[in-house]
Write a protein that binds this ligand. Structure first.
Ligand code: ADP
Ligand code: UVW
Ligand code: MG
Length: 412
């Protein structure tokens, strides 16, 4: 038996799942799932499920970063009576880490000193993610010395994007030297979604075409053609595309120079090791729903009548619908489903309803009862019977996707 820990450090949460696996041929079995959410809307909340133990949204005010969230979760897992399998740290042999920016790594990689330093160099390209993921890797090296640490990248799934999609129309030499291209993110999630939806539809993955939406603290859209990514709304960094909890998403690149005259200066807290400009700080950490409404809680935003919340809701649904239209054309109208996923995509029925209403001309239509009755389930159909194209909700599971790939690979 092999025990795999899967760690998903998001921009507002840390989710850790524990799996047991006996052979590469069989999918891993989940033993426990723990998460800390609301890191950008304190106090953070701890949720845990293992066997008969169930804790939901316990406030953990002392937890204020991805690193402290991981420490807290690891302590709770190791002291849990429902999880004797990890009471002895030595039994954890594999830790899968979600690392958002993988640069040119086309697939998962065992983390040794060289990989670690290479990933450190990419930190500035994913300022809300890579640094905390690497801090968690460091903690694992110290606390779980027997475990092999493996990095799974959000960017890998998008390695299949064509050159015309990946390439920015800028000086090619500078682009090559500085590795400036579209990478795309949320790929671990899109890989899970593509497999699960293909399964649900009874289709081969390589014959599955989707418009998938991962809408969480960071939000993106993906066009999947023949099971492979052909476009993603995020870019060189996860800032591009749709707005998010604290991110602006696409704006005119000149905007920042009119917002502040100090755009290129280092942001407070920026160091030589980790350089963040004021421009990056403003657009990544001080924009989005937080700037417009004062909160990053999209549950509140979607149900509030406050005009700023209504505006944020309208902006989000407008930008999402624009991406759906663009990807519909890219896929030549041949799509098996529009898929909603991520914390917002899975929970905000009002948002799904508005987005689908905006895309009715393309042949999407919802069954409102099904839309409002979504429960925790891998894939659910929420489309109306007469609709030309299906609309689905997929409860994405990045931790499972990493553990599945880990169990199926030769690294065990
Ligand atoms: N009931 C709800 N309705 C709408 N949005 C929700 C609801 N519950 C949580 N959310 C939102 O989901 C987002 C978190 O999604 P998640 O995918 O878990 O985040 P992360 O990007 O950290 O991985 C937050 O913006 C949160 O406000
Ligand atoms: C890539 C990204 O934005 O991830 P998250 O939504 O987990 O913050
Ligand atoms: Mg996430």
């Amino acid at each position: 038996m092999t025990i795999i820990l899967s760690v998903n450090a998001g921009s507002s949460s840390v989710k850790v799942s524990v799996y047991e696996t006996s052979s590469p041929a069989s999918p891993p079995t989940q033993l426990a799932e723990a998460s800390i959410s609301g890191l950008t809307a304190p106090p953070a909340a701890f949720t845990y499920a293992a066997g008969s133990t169930n804790t939901k949204n316990e406030q953990v005010p002392h937890v204020d970063s991805q690193e402290s969230a991981f420490d807290h979760i690891l302590d709770r897992l190791q002291s849990s009576e429902s999880l004797p399998q990890v009471s002895d740290k030595q039994k954890i042999t594999h830790v899968c880490h979600r690392v958002v920016h993988g640069g040119d790594y086309p697939e998962a990689h065992v983390i040794d000193d060289t990989t670690f330093h290479h990933l450190q160099d990419l930190t500035e390209l994913a300022p809300l993610h890579n640094a905390s993921a690497l801090a968690i890797v460091k903690a694992c090296v110290k606390l779980l010395p027997k475990a092999k640490n493996i990095a799974y990248f959000d960017s890998s799934f998008h390695a299949s994007m064509p050159d015309a999609v990946k390439t920015y129309p800028i000086d090619p030499q500078v682009a090559k030297t500085n590795k400036l291209r579209k990478y795309g993110f949320h790929g671990i999630s899109y890989s899970f979604i593509t497999r699960s939806v293909a399964d649900f539809l009874g289709k081969n993955i390589d014959a599955t075409n989707l418009i998938a939406l991962h809408l969480g603290s960071g939000a993106s859209a993906c066009a999947v053609k023949g099971g492979k990514s052909v476009d993603n709304s995020m870019g060189l960094t996860p800032l591009a595309g749709l707005p998010g909890a604290t991110r602006s998403g696409d704006v005119d690149p000149s905007l920042i120079f009119h917002f502040t005259h100090d755009a290129g200066k280092p942001a407070p807290g920026s160091s030589q090791k980790m350089h963040i400009s004021q421009a990056e700080q403003i657009l990544n950490k001080e924009s989005g729903w937080k700037a417009l409404t004062g909160t990053t809680d999209f549950g509140h935003i979607s149900s509030s009548s406050d005009p700023q919340c209504r505006l944020a809701f309208d902006i989000f649904t407008d930008r999402i619908a624009s991406h759906i239209g663009s990807y519909f054309v890219k896929l030549d109208g041949k799509i098996d489903a529009l898929v909603f996923a991520g914390g917002i995509g899975e929970k905000a029925d009002a948002l799904r309803s508005r987005v689908v209403e905006k895309c009715r001309c393309l042949g999407f239509d919802l069954d409102q009862q099904k839309n409002e009755g979504v429960v925790e389930n891998t894939v659910q159909d929420i489309g109306s019977q007469g609709a030309r194209h299906r609309t689905l909700v997929c409860q994405t599971d990045e931790q499972f996707e990493m553990a599945r790939q880990c169990a199926a690979s030769q690294t065990l």
